[in-house]
Design a protein. Structure first.
Length: 420
């Protein structure tokens, strides 16, 4: 029987067993996931690296006899939201073997996960979508965007000299784990969408597996310190190449996180001055990257916008009360949520820059929308006006869309710079 507040019961297909995996089943679990994405089989080194962050009680696998045929998992995070931070379930490692498609396995795993997240009191769930058409029906909405950028070094001169009083150095992994974790925590306090990473997670991020090199060098780890305090870091790889005109290498920037504007500018200047490189490429960068305005050539960097985090409000009232709002205001939202019916109904939100409250109400709504669209709007990365024009938000009371946009406005685009 489903627990109180659980969603509609969904039975597992006959003959299949859905349960968390045991530690000794990690290899089979990871192998299934790799097969569904067409990747190579996991090595002992990769399994050992993943073991420290795997929450075995939050893994799920469908077993057909002794064989694993579908997987899903969760990492327990804190996500920065406007004005605060909330528990967030990071949904990951979702895959179904081709031989067992279209039998309801994914839906059963989503049902089990969301019931578990709700019972644990986590108001948010997030994921990266391999196929974007899948997760809207489970209430996930596209909440953040990210940029893939490429810069030609010949066009990457700074517009003006940027003052810097700090020191740059290349550091080993133990030094990086400690210092980078401190910097990450400083940076994420004011960055909606960013997830908290402790040293255990940072150690995993810095695991330099051959799988991730794709023909490039091992990691370089650059640390920026000002007055002896770590305030920024960059992790990158080099792929050397030469042609008839000389060096033609590519620097692949994997991460650049800065807690201060000074550290940000100093790290980018350093990255753009690495010898023998003709270009710099990076993925998972913020869409409001300040770099363009540091450069003399404003057409740099060349940018492609991609989808980032897909977010779900597992507890609408707790999620809306848990963030802060740009201006004081009141809204009544009527939410449709078939997959998590405990969220369906009308909610009165009263909030501002210092506090917020949200509770159920019988009052007539100002706006009507689906749970997935509320997830897309929650962090401020999309505007209510945009979704209204796409006929995803219904304005019942005139002026409500403008009021909602004013309340949900943020001063920087939401961004999640870590994959999971």
């Amino acid at each position: 029987m489903p627990s109180p507040g659980a969603g509609p019961a969904i039975s597992a297909p006959a003959g299949l067993d859905l349960r968390p995996i045991r530690p000794e089943e990690q290899r089979a679990y990871s192998t299934l996931m790799r097969r569904t994405f067409g990747a190579s089989l996991p090595t002992d080194e990769e399994l050992a690296a993943a073991r420290e962050t795997t929450e075995f009680d939050r893994t799920l696998a469908f077993f057909d006899g002794p064989e694993i045929v579908a997987t899903a998992g969760i990492f327990s995070y804190q996500m920065t939201v406007p004005g605060g931070a909330l528990p967030c379930a990071g949904v990951t490692r979702v895959g179904v073997l081709t031989t067992h498609r279209r039998r309801g396995l994914l839906t059963a795993m989503m049902r089990r996960q969301l019931d578990d997240i709700h019972e644990r009191g986590e108001p948010l769930a997030a994921l990266y979508a391999s196929e974007t058409v899948i997760y809207g029906r489970f209430g996930y909405g596209l909440a953040t965007y990210q940029a893939a950028v490429e810069l030609e070094r010949s066009h990457a001169a700074f517009a003006a000299k940027v003052p810097s009083s700090g020191r740059l150095s290349l550091v080993d992994v133990p030094t990086a784990v400690s210092a980078f974790t401190r910097i990450w925590e400083q940076a994420r306090r004011n960055q909606p969408g960013m997830l908290g990473l402790d040293e255990r997670w940072m150690r995993y991020q810095l695991t330099d597996l051959e799988l991730h090199r794709e023909g490039a060098s091992p990691h370089y780890r650059a640390l920026y310190q000002s007055d002896g305090n770590p305030s920024g870091f960059a992790v990158y790889r080099l792929k050397l190449d030469w042609d008839a005109s000389g060096p033609n290498g590519t620097l692949r920037l994997e991460s650049l996180i800065a807690a201060t504007a000074e550290a940000y500018a100093a790290l980018w200047r350093y990255i753009l001055e690495v010898d023998l490189m003709a270009r710099v490429s990076a993925e998972m960068r913020p869409v409001d990257e300040p770099l363009r305005f540091l450069l003399a050539d404003s057409r740099q960097p060349k940018t492609r916008i991609e989808d980032g985090i897909w977010l779900r409000l597992v507890d609408v009232a707790a999620a809306l009360a848990g963030r802060r709002y740009a201006v004081e205001g009141r809204l009544v939202l009527r939410v449709r949520d078939e997959f998590c019916p405990w969220n369906a109904g009308s909610f009165e939100l009263t909030g501002g820059p210092t506090s917020a409250e949200c509770h159920r109400t019988d009052a007539s709504p100002d706006l009507e929308l689906d749970a997935a669209d509320l997830g897309a709007l929650y962090l401020g990365g999309n505007r209510f006006r945009t979704l209204q024009e796409a006929q995803r938000v219904n304005e019942v009371r005139s002026g409500s869309v403008a009021r909602a946009d004013a309340m949900f406005a943020i001063d920087r685009a939401p961004w999640c710079p870590s994959h999971f």
